[in-house]
Design a protein around this ligand. Structure first.
Ligand code: NDP
Length: 473
């Protein structure tokens, strides 16, 4: 049951010379002084263990030995796993020595009615609703990681002022808004787990999610893992103070375009798709001039969006051009972009005060590839009327299933929908699927025309009133 492992020290059994401390995620461990050892309630595998060791190191060793012997006696731990060299436990158990000095407990197994992946507006709204419905949601979000560009709280955590979220007449800072979302979800009992999900198994219910430290079984799963803006990866683009991200460089015109810093200024939009056309057109409301810098001489955008942009007198196209770097100072922000012509390799500088990168978004769905229906870009497909995916019991909300609106308020809206869908599903009510079928938690499919019911065992019956009811009538 114990396995040797490298990595997150807090979750490890650690040999302290004169004793053993042990703990599971969520437990309180203070190895050095108080020797308080408390197993988390989540340790379903060890339900009876609530162990507080005495404050004396000698006692700790003895009590830990007893505890571990008890594990061995019950078959929870192997004799070998429970022992370490030169330790009272080893002596007490008469074990052989082991190599190394750190051992991890088996992964904790959590089982929940509703598990939500993602802590942006969609995931947290789903948490608020399922929490209020007493479904005890567990919300898993990725730890903050600059390299992987993950931030608990989603894209609003990297936005400055949000002026268009209803209810905030004077606007609100993106991170402040997300703090309020999170507090509200906490208020209704949401449990948070900050861990990387390494893989998932959606082939059967309960669905299984694996992290480094946990195995999570979910009766229903709400995927709200969002989407990430793609970046060019050129000098000057990184977040301030390393570059000018947040100080003249943005990946969201709707979020940042109306800010005073961009008003009556020269702005560059990079990209040739619908997003670039939409953002360029939107920015002309505020900007003095908008330059669309595109790497080819043809746009990828739909005809209608192209024509709208071509008609706009404030927009100028710079063809066959790539942004090679963003120029500026921390004091004044962006002052220009260095452009490379993709045909003749010539470089020149274009003066501007803002740069909007609009080269597409990438839905965060790699984890689910091959297991759930997605469109060609990787957005999860949901039913028109609900947030149901093709897998009964799995729902998707927010940017992970929305390539069109991508607003915080629409994400929150679909988060609410997915919570209600999950609740209905758990209440055994049929949920509409993308195929037009309706599915119940028992695995019954109701045909799109509502004429037939296909039972979980494959039996097909007509969707008619019960005979007794029909006779009564
Ligand atoms: P797209 O993938 O359609 O377009 C991305 C654009 O960015 C392309 O022109 C591409 O160039 C360019 N690009 C990609 N990588 C780089 C790079 N490294 N350097 C320079 N340029 C680069 O993404 P969109 O976000 O525009 O659209 C995504 C989807 O969302 C589409 O299906 C679109 O129709 C939809 N959408 C719909 C809207 C609407 O209906 N209102 C609004 C916005 C999006 P190249 O063409 O050379 O590949």
């Amino acid at each position: 049951m114990l396995s040797q492992k490298r990595g997150r020290t807090a979750r490890w059994i650690r040999i302290l010379g004169h004793g053993i401390g042990w703990g599971l995620p969520g437990s309180t461990n203070s190895y050095a002084n108080s020797y308080t050892i408390r197993a988390t309630e989540n340790a379903n595998r060890f339900p009876a263990i609530q162990y507080a060791a005495a404050s004396e190191p000698g006692d700790l060793g003895t009590q830990a030995s007893r505890l571990l012997m008890c594990f061995v006696a019950r078959g929870v731990l192997s004799r070998r796993d429970a022992c370490v060299p030169n330790d009272p436990v080893a002596t007490a158990l008469g074990s052989d020595t082991m190599e190394g000095d750190q051992y991890s407990l088996a992964k904790q197994e959590l089982r929940r009615q509703v598990v939500i992946i993602g802590s942006g507006p969609a995931g947290l709204t789903a948490a608020i609703y399922t929490g209020r419905a007493n479904l005890g949601p567990l919300l898993i979000d990725a730890p903050s990681d600059a390299e992987k560009q993950t931030t608990p709280g989603g894209q609003l955590m990297i936005t400055t002022e949000v002026e268009n979220y209803p209810g905030f007449s004077q606007g609100v800072q993106g991170p402040d808004l997300m703090v309020e979302f999170r507090k509200q979800a906490e208020r209704f009992g949401t449990e948070f787990l900050e861990e990387w999900i390494t893989h998932v198994d959606l082939s059967e219910r309960p669905f299984t999610l694996f992290t480094d430290d946990s195995i999570i079984k979910a009766e229903t799963l709400i995927i709200a893992s969002g989407a990430s803006a793609k970046w060019l990866g050129v000098p000057g683009e990184a977040k301030t103070p390393k570059g000018f991200g947040g100080n003249g460089v943005s990946a969201c015109a709707t979020c940042d375009g109306p800010l005073p810093a961009f008003r009556n200024k020269r702005l560059v939009v990079v990209g040739g798709g619908d997003t670039a056309m939409e953002e360029a057109t939107f920015l002309t409301r505020y900007a003095a001039r908008v330059y669309v810098v595109h790497r080819r001489d043809k746009l990828r955008a739909s005809k209608i969006m192209q024509e709208k942009a071509f008609r706009n007198e404030k927009i100028e196209f710079i063809w066959d051009a790539e942004v090679a770097g963003i120029l500026g100072t921390q004091e004044h922000g962006v002052t220009g972009v260095r452009i490379r012509n993709t045909v003749d390799e010539e470089h020149f500088t274009l003066d501007c005060e803002g740069v909007f990168i609009a080269i597409g978004h990438k839905p965060n769905t790699d984890l689910f590839k091959g297991q759930i229906e997605m469109d060609e870009v990787g957005y999860i497909k949901t039913s028109h009327r609900t947030t149901a995916t093709n897998i009964p019991g799995v729902f998707a909300c927010g940017d992970v299933q929305d390539s069109v609106y991508r607003q915080a308020v629409t994400a929150a809206g679909t988060g609410c929908m997915s919570a209600l869908d999950a609740e209905r599903f758990l209440d055994h009510l049929p949920v509409a699927m993308p195929t037009g079928e309706e599915v119940t938690i028992e695995g019954e499919h109701i045909s799109p025309d509502h004429l037939k019911i296909i039972r979980a065992n494959g039996e097909v019956v007509m969707n008619e009133p019960e005979v007794a009811f029909a006779e009564e009538k």
